[in-house]
Design a protein around this ligand. Structure first.
Ligand code: ADP
Length: 260
């Protein structure tokens, strides 16, 4: 459903050119959960923004269901790390979640039903009339996820979605994501710097090299589903996969030591 072909991105500002991504190609199957990892600055966010139609590749092509992405695709949801900037503090939780539907769905009853379903999916139906600032960080990120779910996305893009919460909440949100992925059946591309998270969640882990980045490797994750924090992370295969991803980042992710 998603195809990235020879994606390259250079940024130019004040005469300085940064080659962030040199050549990245991969495809994602319908219903797949792909995690993207790589060293800081290798262009993970750049890639995700371009798939979201919020940025353009310098060269190469991105296709969603065979159509080149030139603007944010229909039925796409996006969740960023910084929930405090993505939620509108003067709107209640349900208004925040309903927001994208106001532009897409004419029927008020339908909007209401989709909002409620999304809030129920993230366990926040009882907080519809609260304001974001009345909720914990983890709950606010659940609201952001609910807003992405409200449009019933076929493609969900997530950029470090759990990086701003504590470890316990992070584990809960990872499991919540796996649950809503099962329920809604969408395709997910999730960027993370957390190797364990990428293995725990993903069907495959795409490892990018240091910038200017290429694909270092793609690691298939053959861990059984449903996964859970205790059994999955104690599976010896989990440790093997983790090592495989880490060594791919090690081999392709470390700059040569600087001369002194
Ligand atoms: P990652 O998400 O892997 O940490 P980014 O995609 O954020 O990497 O950034 C990749 C590289 O591109 C970095 O060197 C970053 O400084 C640069 N970059 C990202 N966005 C811009 C921009 N809007 N203008 C100039 N340089 C940018």
């Amino acid at each position: 459903m998603l195809e990235v072909r020879s994606f390259a991105k250079r940024y130019e500002s004040r005469g300085t050119v940064t080659e962030a991504v040199r050549d990245v190609s991969f495809s994602v199957e319908q219903g797949e959960l792909l995690c993207v990892v790589g060293p800081s600055g290798c262009g993970k966010s750049t890639l995700l923004r371009s798939v979201a139609g919020l940025d353009r590749p310098t060269s190469g092509e991105i296709l969603v269901n065979g159509t080149p992405v030139t603007e944010p695709p229909e039925n796409m949801g996006v969740v960023f790390q910084d929930y405090s900037r993505s939620l509108l503090p003067w709107m209640t939780v349900s208004r925040n979640v309903r927001l994208p539907l106001d532009y897409k769905v004419a029927d008020a009853g339908e909007r209401q039903a989709a909002t409620l379903r999304a809030l129920e999916a993230v366990g926040l139906a009882g907080f519809a009339d609260h304001y974001p600032w009345q909720l914990s960080g983890g709950m606010q990120q659940r609201v952001a996820i609910a807003r992405a779910l409200a449009v019933n996305p076929t493609l969900l893009l997530m950029d470090e979605p759990f990086a701003s919460v504590d470890a316990q909440t992070r584990a809960e949100l990872e499991d919540l994501l796996l649950q809503v992925w099962q329920e809604f059946g969408m395709t997910i591309v999730l960027v993370t710097h957390d190797i364990d998270e990428s293995v725990y969640l993903g069907d495959r882990v795409l490892v990018l090299s240091r910038p200017p980045s290429t694909v270092a490797t793609v690691v298939p994750v053959r861990l059984p589903r449903p996964r859970n924090q205790l059994d999955t992370k104690h599976d010896s295969l989990f440790a093997d996969l983790r090592t495989e991803v880490l060594s791919a980042i090690g081999a392709h992710g470390q700059s040569a030591p600087a001369a002194h």
